[in-house]
Write a protein that binds this ligand. Structure first.
Ligand code: ATP
Ligand code: MG
Length: 389
């Protein structure tokens, strides 16, 4: 049996004249995510994109699984391709949807006829196919309001498509329709979630991670790469910079008042990330900060961090409870990796009594003795770049 995947666009149907560009980017992203699975053709038609495997033996379960993570797709479904003939449609429907209908208690049939030359009208198609399926699956009842399975038949120009229930897509907008931003990624729970959330809005990701060997280990860095690998299943490949941060942290420890350690360190992270972001054509930074979560994330501390750079900083977790963030991290499968117990550079020199109401002027005074430009330059020069897929 010939089978295809039907893609329903999400928000991008609203984009008017830009719709074509949006759809083309969505198709490009779908192609990327299916690349090593086989060859597919993509055909646009109204608000649907048809994805057809060139080779009939292609693993469509795997293809659907991957496409479920591509942003810009509201819903998707597998569909059987049938001749435009009622007998054909009936026999293919009962065979193709056998499992789904056998398990269901109730169903309904919806028909859409874009080929107006087809001899039956939509309600007639629905009635005739519905009657046939009732005779084949005699445990079934019709429920037009809340059926377990909705069988949809679409009569198109060349073929009819038959499908069961839709599968929910990842929603959002196709990645790289909204520009690029650099996410400051730690090994924690929040920043991978923040990265995912901004990629969902169509932003292409670059990642910056600060490592402080020997205080932080290679395992901690591998953990961050594993997290990015998981985010990349949604966002596509992520160009990643690992920045050496040891010297800056040691200098802060030696020369700055302890109560400002974390805030000054966070300000350096922002400054360095901004330089890398410019370099990578990014227009914003992304962090996993959330108001009140720790001393460095009170609104006063966030104000001091924010003042360290000029680019807009997106903090999609800002108003979320830890539980809400964890729910998303479980959904995107980063949670189990995030909770592996490796040191992050933030936890290496944690002050005993951090200031929760730091004043920007006091912070600037506290960091004045550091040779900022040279420290930042050495960190940027020492950054290692990789692409995480
Ligand atoms: P996360 O769970 O994302 O680590 P957190 O609640 O532990 O966040 P902090 O450790 O204070 O919070 O870090 C706040 C934000 O700073 C992180 O969400 C991340 O964006 C950034 N950040 C922290 N440590 C690093 C690091 N080593 N490299 C890059 N960015 C970092
Ligand atoms: Mg952290």
């Amino acid at each position: 049996m010939n089978e295809i995947i039907l893609i329903k666009n999400g928000e991008l149907v609203l984009k008017g004249l830009n719709r074509n560009t949006f759809e083309d980017i969505l198709i490009k992203n779908m192609k990327k995510s299916l690349r090593d699975l086989g060859e597919f053709t993509f055909t646009k038609s109204q608000s649907t994109i048809m994805v057809k495997p060139v080779d009939e033996d292609t693993d469509l379960d795997d293809a659907v699984d991957r496409l479920k993570r591509v942003f810009g797709i509201a819903a998707l479904s597998r569909a059987a391709v049938s001749e435009k003939d009622m007998d054909c449609i009936k026999s293919i429907s009962s065979e193709y949807l056998d499992d789904e209908l056998s398990l269901a208690k109730t169903f309904k049939v919806e028909a859409k006829r874009s080929d107006k030359k087809f001899p039956l009208k939509s309600p007639e198609i629905a009635r005739e196919l519905g009657g046939y399926l009732l005779s084949k699956f005699n445990h079934l009842k019709v429920d037009v309001h809340n059926p377990d399975v909705t069988v949809t038949v679409e009569i198109r120009d060349n073929y009819a498509f038959i499908r069961g229930n839709n599968i929910k897509g990842a929603g959002g907008m196709p990645v790289s329709t909204s520009g690029r931003a650099a996410v400051l990624i730690s090994g924690g729970i929040d920043s991978p979630v923040a990265a995912y959330m901004m990629a969902k809005r169509g932003i292409e990701l670059v990642a910056v991670h600060f490592a402080s060997p020997p205080y932080t280990t290679e395992l901690a860095e591998e953990k961050v790469m594993e997290l990015l690998h998981r985010v990349a299943k949604y966002s596509g490949p992520i160009t990643t910079y690992v920045v050496p941060f040891t010297e800056i942290q040691e200098r802060i420890r030696e020369d700055c008042p302890e109560e400002f350690f974390t805030i000054i360190m966070r300000r350096y992270m922002m400054k360095i990330s901004e330089i890398i972001a410019h370099h990578q054509n990014c227009s914003a930074l992304i962090t996993g900060e959330s108001v009140g979560q720790v001393a460095s994330q009170t609104i006063y501390a966030l104000g001091c961090t924010d003042a360290a750079c000029e680019m807009p900083v997106f903090r999609p977790c800002i108003g979320m409870d830890k539980e809400e963030i964890i729910r998303i991290s479980r959904k995107i499968d980063t949670f189990d990796t995030s909770i592996l117990p490796y040191e992050d550079c933030c936890t290496v020199f944690t002050p005993k009594h951090p200031k929760t109401r730091p004043q920007l002027s006091a912070v600037i005074d506290a960091e004045a003795s550091l040779d900022s430009d040279a420290l930042i330059q050495r960190a940027v020069d020492g950054a290692r770049r990789t692409v995480i897929k």
